[in-house]
Ligand binder design. Structure first.
Ligand code: UT7
Length: 334
């Protein structure tokens, strides 16, 4: 089966560190509670760059690392669920900054599953032969979507961006993706439209819709049923990983590198419990970064690449889930 070769990786990590102790100043919590329940010690907040600027930094570094010129990129696929603009899309903004004038630009949003979706799409485009080089970027600025009075969610997230440059290659690549839209209430963030409809002479909308349109409502921030997401995540990650291994005809224990979505160390351990994968094959950076949504996986990919741990021929799996609720796994050989 035709797969892809990763030619280079890049990432952007914001410079502002926010520790668990910083949260103790405004919510009833402790470093000990956050660490033992999630595995998170600290996260990085973007205090200098918008989302598209973080994305462009990661993209630029991936280009440099790959030796591919910006003009050679035929397509940019960018994952984000924390975009700066409704339009233009973030990939157009990145295209402009990095000078990828020949690239088509597509944004995707499957929330935290986004990098898996984007890489899967990249492979499908590359397989047609119409597109030779793809830049896949995932960039997230979730910390501005948070309700800092909600002690059950605000400490989980960080900001950042990761990117890869890829081309087609004769290597195995399999994916399993899906969604469970009936669980949308478990994790969502409404768009903050600012327009208010006039009260007088404007009875086109019923009361219910008016309440939903109320931009002052608390639910303009990220809303999460942590336990429902947790349960879904454990099953969806385990299931999609098992299925992708079956599709590829490999055993889970044969995978050399497993990069799971970095939401909670307990979710990762529970999902992988039955799979007989040694801990040293499972890559984690959530202790330092928290959950950076779709940027988690490419950020780790870049860490591995820059420390010489992405070796030709190795078997790699990417496993994720996110708002939607969505899920997905990729099995590929490097
Ligand atoms: O990319 C996807 C994004 N979302 C996720 O990944 C979220 C998935 N869910 C989770 O990670 C976990 O459900 C949480 C970390 C959010 C919560 O962990 P939990 O083990 O499910 O805790 P819990 O909600 O069962 O709360 C246990 C206790 C409760 O107290 P009582 O009712 O037992 O007295 C909470 O009120 O901990 C309390 N609690 C806290 N205590 C200190 C909740 N949040 C905090 C807090 N500090 N920040």
């Amino acid at each position: 089966m035709k797969g892809i070769k990763i030619l280079g990786t890049g990432s952007y990590i914001p410079s502002t560190t926010v520790t668990n102790d910083d949260f103790v100043k405004f919510i009833d919590t402790s470093d000990e509670w956050i660490y033992t329940r999630t595995g998170i010690k600290q996260r990085f907040y973007s205090t200098e760059k918008m989302n598209f600027q973080m994305a462009a930094e990661a993209a630029q570094k991936a280009l440099e690392n790959s030796g591919v010129k910006a003009e050679e990129i035929d397509l940019i696929i960018l994952s984000t669920c924390s975009t700066d603009f409704f339009y233009p899309n973030t990939s157009c903004l990145v295209q402009n900054i990095i000078g990828a004038a020949n690239a088509s630009c597509i944004d995707v949003n499957t929330a935290c599953t986004g990098f898996i979706t984007a890489l899967d799409m990249a492979r499908r485009y590359l397989c047609t032969g119409d597109v030779k080089k793809v830049l896949v970027v995932a960039s997230e600025f979730l910390t501005r979507q948070l309700d800092y009075t909600d002690r059950t969610s605000c400490f989980l997230f960080g900001d950042g961006a990761g990117a890869v440059v890829a081309e087609a290659a004769d290597k195995p690549f399999y994916s399993v993706t899906g969604a469970k839209g009936d669980m949308l209430d478990a994790l969502y963030c409404r768009i903050q439209y600012s327009g208010k409809y006039p009260e007088e002479g404007f009875d086109h909308y019923d009361k219910d819709i008016r309440e939903k349109l109320d931009t002052e409502a608390k639910n303009k921030f990220l809303q999460m049923d942590g336990k429902a997401v947790y349960r879904f995540a454990v099953d969806a990650m385990a299931d999609s990983f098992k299925k992708v291994c079956e599709k590829a005809g490999v055993k889970a224990c044969d995978v050399d590198i497993l990069i799971p979505h970095q939401a909670n160390i307990r979710i990762i351990s529970a999902a992988m419990k039955s799979m007989d994968i040694p801990d040293e094959k499972i890559y984690i950076n959530l202790d330092k970064h928290g959950n950076t949504s779709s940027a988690c996986i490419p950020t780790i990919l870049d860490e591995l690449n820059r420390t010489g741990k992405l070796k030709e021929g190795e078997k790699m799996a990417l496993v994720g889930f996110g708002a939607g609720l969505t899920y997905g796994s990729i099995y590929m050989e490097l």
